[in-house]
Design a protein around this ligand. Structure first.
Ligand code: SF4
Length: 381
């Protein structure tokens, strides 16, 4: 079953930490959004892949800038082209600043059944410092409305580890978010990205980010609080209650196939990866002129695919299954990575457990914050 990602590259303003491909309001208008939607529909129409779809994810950018009619148009185009299975997950990222009137209810009527609210924090002073346009009150109101509307799942994104960020802010954010009957929480760690306002200040030494020990302490605190409140820490940055995992994102981590539409969107089908042009204007121009819209495409050699598979699986608390590795690559995981596993297990970075005639390897949650460092052992062969 296929997952579909739709990229919506529009934001009201650039948040000070954000390196995602998105345009601030000064660079787009309603006419361009309409043109962009036409181009996305055209790209969907032209694709040669035709598997049935069971997850759709509207990400960005700020998908909640689109109108419910525009969202409905894209969903209906996907349905016409691929067929959307019953009980599919159809998620949308939503910025509290954009939520006015009946918007959330209209998105639900348009077909959205899972809402992921980009809150980042309930601390008004921090929200201002990181360039968010919404207040803590607007965030709470948005969560409240979303919870009352009966979406299949409501999730909230938080970020920790900003410059001068303290455990008190984290503790207060977690207490506040837990007051709502939500079933998914994403807790991301701030990354100082070059070319962003905050990132550059951190890189130049004008701002200081919490050191690794503090970040690990904060992550462990968050893990403890959320697990105590019934959440399962199922992926490095993601927690879910009542099995309300994000099915679409699980496709990425489980090495399953997905197709991305829109500027910057990435795809992985038939063992091939490709990415669309990042610039939305160029993307539209090329669609209109029937020219190539892919920025790059690559067929992963076996060794790279193996490394990538390991890297993705080790993001998950469920870890990597040796029988699955064998099924996909025809090789014995423990033999292929004998040296790396010996070192990582000896140092406690990876654990091994036997379940139902299979062997699993996983990273203990207290090392989740250095997952990418651990995963590198499997990529550089
Ligand atoms: S709203 Fe999201 S995508 Fe847009 S600038 Fe802020 S963090 Fe980036």
């Amino acid at each position: 079953m296929l997952g579909i990602y739709v990229h919506v590259p529009f934001c009201m303003r650039k948040c000070f930490y954000c390196a995602f491909d998105s345009l601030p309001k000064t660079k787009w208008n309603e006419n361009f959004i309409e043109e962009y939607i036409n181009c996305v529909c055209c790209e969907i129409e032209r694709t040669s892949y035709t598997k049935s779809v069971d997850t759709i994810f509207f990400g960005g950018g700020t998908p909640s800038i689109l109108s419910p009619k525009q969202i409905e148009r894209i969903i209906s185009k996907i349905d016409d082209k691929f067929g959307i299975m019953l009980n599919s997950e159809i998620s949308m990222e939503c910025n509290p600043f954009t939520v006015k009137g009946n918007l959330l209810s209209d998105f639900k009527n348009a077909g959205i059944n899972r809402i992921s609210i980009g809150g980042q924090s309930f601390d008004d002073s921090l929200l201002k410092k990181i360039g968010r346009l919404h207040s803590s009150f607007e965030l709470s109101k948005t969560i409240e409305i979303a919870c009352s509307l009966g979406f299949d799942s409501v999730g909230v994104d938080l970020i920790f580890g900003f410059p001068n960020y303290t455990k008190d802010i984290l503790s207060s954010d977690i207490d506040k978010v837990l007051k709502f009957p939500i079933e998914h929480i994403s807790l991301y760690m701030f990354m100082a990205e070059e070319g962003t306002l905050l990132g550059d200040k951190c890189i130049n030494g004008d701002l200081e980010i919490p050191n690794d020990d503090l970040l690990v302490e904060q992550m462990e605190y968050a893990h403890g609080q959320l697990v105590k409140n019934g959440f399962c820490h199922y992926e490095i940055s993601n927690f879910a209650k009542n099995n309300k995992f994000c099915r679409h994102n699980l496709k990425y981590w489980n090495f399953e196939e997905y197709l991305g539409f829109g500027s910057s969107a990435c795809s992985f089908v038939n063992g091939e990866r490709f990415k669309n042009i990042s610039d939305p204007f160029q993307y539209c121009k090329n669609i209109v002129n029937s020219e190539n819209i892919q920025e790059y495409t690559e067929k992963l050699p076996l060794k790279n695919s193996e490394g990538e598979f390991v890297m993705l699986k080790l993001r998950l608390a469920s870890g990597l299954s040796c029988s699955e590795f064998y099924k996909i690559f025809g090789e014995d995981f423990e033999k292929v990575y004998f040296k790396e596993l010996k070192f990582l297990i000896q140092n406690g970075f990876i654990e091994k457990k036997a379940i139902n005639n299979d062997i699993f390897f996983y990273i203990p949650y207290n090392f989740f914050s250095i997952q990418s460092e651990i995963a590198k052992y499997f990529i550089i062969l």
